[in-house]
Design a protein around this ligand. Structure first.
Ligand code: UTP
Length: 405
């Protein structure tokens, strides 16, 4: 792309300022900037001004779950079905580790955070310990695909290498890199990180399936006969990965997908709730819920919209392929980042990023089984440095579960 083409592309969307410093740049930096402009998907700008997703939502209804008690009653049956699927190589797992973890304020990939007190215990290590124990139970290694971003891929891979994959079989671990997207300021103008560099950041965890396909791994997944993919977040140190009972319950229910849920701790807890929207499974964000939805009760006194998601989903490979070409809704997310201000000075300021979210995939399925788990046994998120969902709360939960830290 030459300067004129770049200028025309940008000016069609009132973004010419991206070339503001062009004449100050070296030949190489100019070339670099033009190639970044060529790759920009400016159609994202159309999402601006349409942020109020809740106004476009359909009719919500509560959705019941397989409860903890039901799981207890049918535990052997579910586990057996799950173990069989794992042993037959039908299950793979995807660790979403492309996020920036800005709230934690740790300058490395979140999984490299040492949550231990008396010994080293990294977040990645906690996850590997969990999947390893399931693999041992099933007597089969479970393929683990790790999504990173351009920003943290090299460091993540090196960390796993240095720690010898925490004892997991490295032949079953594959890294793939997610796509990046630009961000805008409050006036909808694309942000620069340097005079010759457009600010880019990971485009949300919803891109995991298209990124796996783009990395050429979908063929491998299909050739291996993998039918189910368990997708989970990096930041829950009690995450049960490829949980046989969860997998088995979804298989037995004949649902197209499944989601682990916990009963909300209080009506106003800030979690997305798995429910029905226009009679299809869906996740309603806490800020999209009306007062009536927040407080509505079932005849037994429990909350109607009760089951909060914990970012642990089970998808069928063939269904994902069918929905891959569906357009994912784009969410506009505010984050504080280092970038240039309008005078070319580096500042730390709030920008608006474009992200797709894995939770939106649920609504693209005909059915989803909410599978209730014990919060204190399976949900220890590390989101913040202090306070709610922080390093301290996660440490306490690890100790409560008998894990040495
Ligand atoms: P979060 O929504 O908590 O975002 O991610 P984050 O970027 O990690 O943290 P903050 O908001 O900046 O503090 C939930 C999960 O999705 C992954 C994260 O790594 C985490 O496992 N994720 C998020 C991605 O893989 N890619 C993304 O672009 C965003």
């Amino acid at each position: 792309m030459n300067y004129k083409e770049a200028f025309d592309k940008l000016s069609s969307c009132q973004q010419e300022h991206v070339l503001k410093y062009y004449n100050e740049l070296s030949d190489e930096a100019q070339k670099n900037l033009l190639s970044q402009i060529e790759k920009l998907d400016l159609s994202l700008l159309e999402c601006l001004g349409q942020e109020n997703v809740s106004e476009k939502r359909g009719n919500f209804k509560p959705l019941g779950a397989v409860t903890i008690n039901e799981v207890k009653e049918r535990y052997d049956e579910f586990s057996k079905a799950g173990i069989k699927a794992i042993r037959n190589g039908k299950v793979a797992t995807v660790l979403l580790a492309g996020g920036q973890g800005t709230r934690l304020g740790f300058e490395h990939p979140k999984g490299m955070f040492n949550i231990g007190i008396n010994k080293e215990l990294y977040i990645f290590e906690c996850l590997i310990n969990n999947i390893k124990s399931t693999a041992e139970r099933a007597g089969a290694w479970i393929p683990l695909y790790i999504m990173t971003s351009e920003t943290n891929n090299a460091e993540t891979v090196q960390f796993f290498e240095e720690h010898n994959y925490f004892g997991y079989n490295k032949d079953y671990v594959t890294f793939f890199v997610q796509d990046m997207a630009f961000a805008v300021d409050e006036n909808g103008k694309i942000i620069l990180e340097e005079k010759d560099k457009i600010f880019l950041s990971p485009n949300g965890n919803g891109g995991w399936f298209s990124s796996i396909a783009k990395a050429g791994l979908l063929e491998e997944i299909k050739n291996k006969g993998i039918e189910w993919i368990n997708v989970f977040a990096v930041d829950n140190v009690l995450q049960q990965i490829a949980d046989p009972a969860f997998i088995g319950s979804v298989i037995c229910s004949e649902c197209e997908s499944g989601g682990k849920v916990v009963s909300k701790a209080s009506p106003n807890e800030k979690v997305g709730v798995l429910c029905l929207e226009n009679d299809k499974p869906s996740i309603v964000e806490y800020y999209e819920m009306t007062d009536d939805m927040i407080h509505r009760l079932e005849p037994d006194g429990s909350l109607s919209y009760r089951y909060g998601v914990i970012l642990n989903y089970l998808f069928r490979t063939d269904k994902l392929e069918q929905i891959m070409n569906n357009k994912m809704p784009v969410h506009i997310v505010k984050k504080k980042v280092n970038c240039l201000d309008e005078n070319g000075n580096t500042v730390n300021k709030e920008v608006f990023k474009f992200e797709t979210l894995v939770l939106d995939m649920i609504h693209m399925h005909k059915s989803c089984l909410p599978y209730e788990v014990e919060r204190n046994h399976e949900f220890a998120p590390v989101k913040n440095a202090e306070g709610v969902d922080s390093v301290d709360t996660a440490r306490n939960l690890l100790i409560e579960n008998g894990i040495e830290i």
